[in-house]
Design a protein around this ligand. Structure first.
Ligand code: SAH
Length: 457
């Protein structure tokens, strides 16, 4: 017999919130039936309207908060209620950090069965605003007028805005200027429903340590109307513009970048520094978006690697070689592998730039390249992995174990896949010793972790 759902759609009820989900919704229970409500916080009581019911859970909307959490703050962003970028601006920063620690702890226990592992306090920022060094801004049109901003939650509706409080001031300015120039020079924005129009995205990168700015215009085809004027206006507006690039993406896809990138003006790359290591960054290369916290993250990874200068280290998923070069300073030899060819070109260049000749980089999928390394007789004392959200391929986990390193350092941006992978590694002889959450993305629900594993058999 199926259980009855205790609430009805459109019903208004009074509830008390007891928890916060991984995507930032408050959880209230009615006779054990969970209801998820955006922007509600644990400890709050509120009147809510039930907006949807499923068999095992439902969704509601806040009508009126009757008792506010002491952790509640006023979200300063003008589009917080519509934009999908930040989910936690209504929660104090201390509250965000505590929530992320709890979330990591619970996820590791639930999915990974890891209950007795120290999960340290989340390392946060002093000033958790205006931290991003990269923005990817979709362009569109509404009633013939150009719009640009960020997507609404779980949608491709653009929330038009002229300010984003987690990106830099230059990014605000560039976003607004390109919007104006597109209007002035008759450049149509791309419409992903009809595949008409030209300008799809603008990607802005700012290197804090050098103040160099990169602007990348992504369009559907090669031609940009009034290109010369556009270049001139952008150069005049930004004395720190170092690279103006053009990427062409003709496909019907959500993927931002196409295959073809040319430099319209300036250099092909911009340079940034982390802890006195200099990095060249290409338009399409992955580079951590929060420079202040990147230093915290990498320092922790380095600490967990426990290098003495004698070790061979593998950095899988190495991007432009950032972690690799951090490690190379204290290791005998570092091998990096990365799937994006431009990133590997950057990584090689970066090793040269920093006179680190004990780091080698290879293009390919880590799960294919590492078995090949092993067959060549390459050994690893320490393996560092920093995979995308989907985590490590199981064959990669197996290869790591076969290589029998003393330690593994796992850097993860997704606690769920991290928990899954730590469980597998645990069953194969690598014990998780400690977990350090780092807040790379304040105001959002995302959390990064660095994990230290040791070989136990
Ligand atoms: N450690 C780097 C990059 C981490 S992001 C840094 O901190 O900057 C993850 C990287 O893994 C991305 O650069 C992505 O292109 C790469 N990647 C994704 N799948 C991969 C795979 N199967 N093998 C190797 N690299 C992969």
């Amino acid at each position: 017999m199926s259980k009855q759902i205790p609430v009805q759609k459109n019903e208004e009820i009074h509830v008390t919130f007891e928890d916060l989900t991984h995507d930032g919704a408050g959880v209230a229970k009615v006779d054990g039936y969970p209801i998820f409500v955006k922007q509600a916080l644990p400890g709050e009581t509120a009147a809510i309207k039930v907006i949807n019911t499923k068999k095992n859970f439902g969704f509601g909307r806040l009508v009126h908060i009757e008792k506010e959490s002491t952790e509640r703050t006023n979200p300063p962003c003008p589009v917080f209620n519509r934009c999908g970028g930040c989910q936690l601006q209504h929660l104090s920063y201390e509250g965000q950090l505590a929530h992320k620690q709890k979330l990591v702890k619970e996820t590791l226990a639930r999915i990974g069965g890891l209950t007795d592992i120290p999960v340290h306090k989340t390392l946060g920022m002093e000033d958790p605003w205006r931290y991003r060094n990269k923005s990817q801004i979709p362009f569109g049109e509404r009633n013939g007028k150009i719009e640009a901003g960020f997507y609404a939650e779980r949608s491709h509706e653009i929330v038009d805005t002229d300010v984003c409080l987690i990106q830099g001031q230059d990014a605000d300015k560039a976003m607004n200027l390109v919007k104006k120039l597109a209007e002035d020079y008759g450049i149509r924005a791309y419409d992903d429903k009809t595949h008409k129009g030209q300008l799809r995205h603008v990607v802005i990168r700012h290197a804090k340590t050098t103040d160099q700015l990169m602007i990348v215009l992504i369009t559907k085809n090669d031609s940009i109307p009034n290109k010369k004027h556009l270049i001139r206006e952008l150069r005049e507006a930004f004395p720190n513009l170092a690279s103006l690039a053009h990427n062409v993406n003709p496909k019907r896809t959500n993927v931002i970048f196409g295959d073809k990138t040319t430099t319209l003006w300036g250099e092909d790359v911009i340079y940034d520094e982390i802890d006195n290591i200099r990095f060249a960054i290409s338009p399409r290369s992955f580079y951590q978006v929060n420079p202040a916290q990147t230093k915290v993250l990498y320092s922790k990874a380095l600490e967990y690697a426990q290098l003495t200068g004698k070790e061979n280290v593998i950095d899988a998923y190495c991007g432009i070689g950032t972690i690799s070069l951090f490690l190379a300073k204290q290791a005998k030899q570092v091998y990096g592998v990365e799937v994006v060819p431009e990133a590997v070109t950057d990584a090689k260049e970066n090793a040269k730039l920093n006179h680190l000749d004990n780091a080698e980089f290879f293009v390919g999928e880590a799960e294919n390249v590492m078995p090949w390394w092993k067959a060549q007789g390459i050994e690893a004392d320490v393996i560092v992995v920093d995979p995308p959200r989907k985590g490590c391929d199981e064959s990669l986990l197996n290869t790591m174990v076969e290589m029998q390193p003393e330690r593994i350092v796992y850097v993860s941006c997704n606690p769920a896949t991290l928990a899954r992978d730590l469980k597998i590694l645990g069953e194969k002889g690598y014990a998780t010793k400690e977990v350090q959450p780092v807040d790379m993305f304040p105001q959002t629900t995302h959390v990064e972790c660095v994990v230290r594993l040791e070989k136990v058999y």
